[in-house]
Design a protein around this ligand. Structure first.
Ligand code: HSE
Length: 314
């Protein structure tokens, strides 16, 4: 694809995210240093969508695509007709339906791209509000947009978001090749929980935030348990519980389900973090394999940066 008019092609970069972080169900998110890029060219006639990398051949390459839907939603909110001459190229590195925020990345990419094309009429807050309206849950989209560690909650009709910088931690993820849509993972949750479980999570969530902010992984390991979603969801992931155990045995300081799953995230110790994280990722992949589930391992840094737009002049 090549730009043919005055508007230089724009690229949007949006990071992977891991939501919940154990007890912080629906209110904590953390950006990871793995990025999807969407490049938009205003050219030709009609809409052309090309997908490379993760999800190529699986994700819709038309106006059902999540990036396009988010763009359309933005144009609609601005009461501007959707352009009739767009080529959209998605270079995806975030595994799809994995619990690593691929949908949030697509939505945030589409909204940031549309905002840039229209001359940036919307604030970050308005973009977040639209993203939540599309995604349904604020945790992934908030960290995809802001980067770092985000805490988010609803207050009245609005959202309260706080972004905290994160220390240079390294995480290992195992991404099993099983299909667990977020709706299914949410349908497995009880509608009501005992007060004792709510209290268990509230206290730990406060400590998870402080442990991540300060890089206190020993503390993180003590408080990353959860009673609101993980126990119900792990039963949907063959080998999942064993992967948690194996990650800890391999040296992980803390382990959690990544978002709604099925990926599992483990925090590597600070010393020799990358090699330790690789060892943990390999052990988790091997544990999934023992349960006859193929998995891929990832070793990633955290990202302090969230989604951003660049205009490229080639
Ligand atoms: N907090 C959400 C969940 C993450 O656990 O269902 C997925 O958007």
């Amino acid at each position: 694809m090549k730009a043919t008019n005055d508007m230089p092609p724009l690229s949007v970069f949006v990071p992977a995210t891991t939501a919940n972080l154990g007890p912080g169900f629906d209110c904590l998110g953390l950006a990871l240093d793995l990025w999807n890029r969407v490049t938009i060219f205003e050219e030709g006639e009609g809409l052309h969508v090309k997908i490379r990398g993760e999800g190529a051949g699986l994700l819709p390459a038309d106006d059902h695509n999540m990036v396009v839907r988010a763009m359309m939603r933005f144009y609609q909110a601005q009461r501007v007709p959707f352009p009739a001459n767009l080529s959209i190229q998605c270079d995806n590195r975030i595994p799809v339906s994995s619990g690593m925020g691929s949908s949030a990345a697509a939505i945030v990419s589409g909204l940031l791209a549309a905002n840039a094309l229209l001359g940036s009429p919307a604030s970050q807050e308005e973009i977040l509000r639209l993203a939540v309206a599309i995604d349904g849950h604020p945790d992934n989209v908030a960290s995809a947009l802001s980067g770092g560690l985000t805490m988010v909650t609803t207050v009245g009709e609005g959202l309260l978001v706080n972004q905290l910088p994160v220390p240079p931690l390294v995480v290992a993820l195992a991404v099993p090749a099983i299909h667990l849509p977020t709706q299914v993972a949410r349908a497995a949750l009880p509608r009501e929980v005992p007060l004792s479980d709510a209290v268990f999570n509230i206290g730990r969530t406060a400590f998870v935030i402080e442990a991540l902010r300060s890089g206190n992984l020993a503390q993180l390991g003590k408080v990353m348990e959860d009673r609101l979603h993980q126990p119900y969801r792990l039963s949907l992931i063959p080998g999942g519980e064993e992967v948690f155990n194996v990650a800890r045995q391999a040296g992980a300081m803390a382990v959690a389900l990544s978002g709604a799953g099925p990926s599992i995230i483990a925090f590597a110790p600070i010393e020799e973090a990358v090699s330790q994280a690789q060892k943990i990722a390999d052990a988790m992949v091997a544990a999934f394999s023992q349960a006859a589930i193929q998995a891929r391992g990832f070793v990633l840094n955290l990202s302090e940066k969230g989604g951003c737009v660049t205009f490229r002049v080639d």
